[in-house]
Design a binder for this molecule. Sequence first.
Ligand SMILES: Cc1cc2nc3c(=O)[nH]c(=O)nc-3n(C[C@H](O)[C@H](O)[C@H](O)COP(=O)(O)OP(=O)(O)OC[C@H]3O[C@@H](n4cnc5c(N)ncnc54)[C@H](O)[C@@H]3O)c2cc1C
Length: 428
Amino acid sequence: MDRFDVIVIGAGPAGSSAAYSLAKEGFSVLIIERGKFPGSKNVYGGRIYTYPLKRLFPEDWREAPVERYVVQENISMLSKDTAVTIQYDSLRTGSSRVNSFTAIRSKFDKWLAKRAGEEGAMVISGTRVDDLLVSNGTVFGVRAGGDEVKANVIIAADGVASIFAQKAGIRPELIPKEISVGVKETIKLTKKRIEDRFNVGEKEGVANAYIGQVTNFLRGGGFLYTNEDSVSLGVVVQSEDLSSHRTEIQELMERFKLHPSIQKYIEGGKVVEYSAHMIPELGTCMIPRPFANGFLAVGDAAGFVLSHGYTYQGVDLAILSGMAAAETVKAARAANDYSAGSLSRYLHDLRSFGVLSELEEFGNAPSFLMNPRIYSAYPQLLCGILNRMYTVDGTKKEKMFHIAKEEMKGKISLMQLMKDLLGGTRSM
Ligand SMILES: Cc1cc2nc3c(=O)[nH]c(=O)nc-3n(C[C@H](O)[C@H](O)[C@H](O)COP(=O)(O)OP(=O)(O)OC[C@H]3O[C@@H](n4cnc5c(N)ncnc54)[C@H](O)[C@@H]3O)c2cc1C
């Protein structure tokens, strides 16, 4: 076949959700994935929120390949050899209101693409899209594997480095300020070790976030997610900071693994996978108009990732933006108009699926999270205060107020602290 209603580039969560939603409505859909199979090349931390899946598959979202349901969240501020941790125990697996789960992308993406295929989408893996076909400013097809295939709409779901969003003229080249770099290792343990070490039951898991020493106090953090019989461990750092501090992220990762707070979890484990990837950090301002004549961008390709500092929302926004794009294409078909004017309705659909509203609500979060004190002064301050509070060695003990005052000296002023607190509560 050399003509489809819609061609989707990339079978990540954004692409497969768009393809599934369109194929279900009777559109002829071709989805082209460069990896050997959907998910084979895809990297993320480890947790997926359930709410978009419940919307996409209301009857059977639980068929998703879940590793463990997240029942505990921890945020740790690390110094060289101490940690201050806030623990939150969430709902247990028995509850129908489970909020998130851990998953392995090679299984999850494969399952999602299979669902699109079952609805009639044609999924071709192991083929890279090389170029867009463009005439008079309208995108009308793709060049892939030496062939040209045409469609009314091309949906770019090719991830953060989307060359097709650039080719369609809706996004300039990425600059370091806009992205973070993440590395991740999957460390194999056993199911029993996971359950003993993290004190969780069958199918239960934890999501841990770390800041401070993990990045050597650069902007970014670490994460640990429990899978069925492995953990996903990684470090994410602002790209600008890595180059300005001439730091290798792999060195940070090696040091992170040696921190006592991490070592106790991964001891005896075997690294079975290593991967690295970029994350878009600036949300909607990266691509204010994610559409062009005959063209839409979804998921990371459009910059739809929300970072709160303690968690990433990427896969959920990717799924929702895929569903929103499908709504836009449905309306364009009804009007028989695939121009940018007609596809601009995408902004409305993104809003009604909650993608833009979420990103706009937290629009100030990226600039707040650029504050270097969050990653250096505050973790050190907290660890220092608690260290002194809990050290009892026969010497005269100070009152907490004096300890805090002394620890803050030279690191941060009271005024600065108040300003940061206010900024944090306003933007997060
Ligand atoms: C270290 C790290 C940790 C993260 N942690 C989390 C987390 O815990 N939870 C969360 O929700 N999000 C997390 N994210 C973000 C999340 O991974 C992304 O937001 C999400 O994967 C976006 O989905 P997508 O479908 O838009 O893009 P991707 O998942 O990147 O999929 C793009 C697809 O397009 C394919 N492709 C690319 N170019 C071509 C081409 N030329 N031809 C054909 N196919 C092509 C790729 O092979 C891939 O399959 C994390 C990201 C990183 C890097």
